[in-house]
Design a protein around this ligand. Structure first.
Ligand SMILES: Cc1cc2nc3c(=O)[nH]c(=O)nc-3n(C[C@H](O)[C@H](O)[C@H](O)COP(=O)(O)O)c2cc1C
Length: 205
């Protein structure tokens, strides 16, 4: 067994080690509005769903030099976002949005992506995304000088027609290919779902 004591480890080492171990991670591909009303789009995999209450959580690091990422700033200033779950055809576009663009430059135009209006929030929905969650900023928790956890209420859920199971009234994981993030430093690399497995209710032998 390999063991690493993280208590005294440097932040860079902790990040490399933990992001290689806590996998696969779902990816929030988040649209927000910049101060000039242009659309900002960026991916985050320190991301989890909280299902009751209907919320999601995203952890934001800082840019080099300590500035807030545009998404975090926009969430604070304008209070709304759309969280998309990218699938395989969107992998390259989503990954490209991880580049730190100069302030105010919109990823959408550079990637040739198109949007439709949100129903309840001002940031638009990516037309190409299989799943989109309209969200409102709830609160943030400062975890360290470089790290802030933001909690968002999920107000409305959208899914592409083809992935919906009408009988169960929810998405069917066999009908789409959500992308997961693996190691962030040794890579970066990603994975699809692979084989889907269905079991009965939990029951000890
Ligand atoms: C797949 C992927 C996952 C990422 N996850 C995070 C994350 O959880 N937290 C974070 O602060 N940055 C994360 N990043 C980096 C941000 O996407 C990157 O800093 C981006 O430029 C931020 O854009 P913004 O300034 O427009 O918000 C991730 C990048 C990629 C490609």
């Amino acid at each position: 067994m390999i063991t690493r004591d993280l208590r005294q480890a440097a932040p860079r080492d902790i990040y490399r080690i933990l992001t290689s171990l806590v996998i696969p991670r779902p990816i929030a591909w988040v649209s927000t509005l910049n101060p000039d009303d242009s659309v900002n789009l960026a991916p985050f995999s320190a991301f989890m769903g909280i299902f009751n209450p209907p919320m999601v959580a995203i952890n934001f690091g800082r840019r080099k030099g300590g500035a807030l990422k545009d998404t975090q700033r926009n969430l604070r200033d304008r209070g709304e976002a759309v969280v998309h779950l990218p699938d395989a055809p969107l992998l390259a576009a989503m990954h490209a949005c991880g580049e730190d663009l100069p302030e105010g430059e919109s990823e959408l135009a550079r990637l040739g992506l198109t949007t439709t209006p949100g129903h309840l929030v001002a940031p638009p929905i990516l037309a190409q995304a299989p799943v989109a969650l309209e969200c409102r900023f709830n609160r943030e928790v400062l975890l360290s000088p470089e790290s802030t956890l933001m909690l968002l209420d999920v107000l409305m859920a959208h899914a592409r027609d083809g992935i919906w199971n009408e009988t169960d009234d929810c998405a069917d994981a066999s009908r789409w290919e959500p992308m997961a993030r693996l190691a962030s430093v040794a890579g970066p690399n990603y994975a699809g779902l692979g084989e889907r497995l269905t079991l009965g209710p939990p029951k000890l032998p």
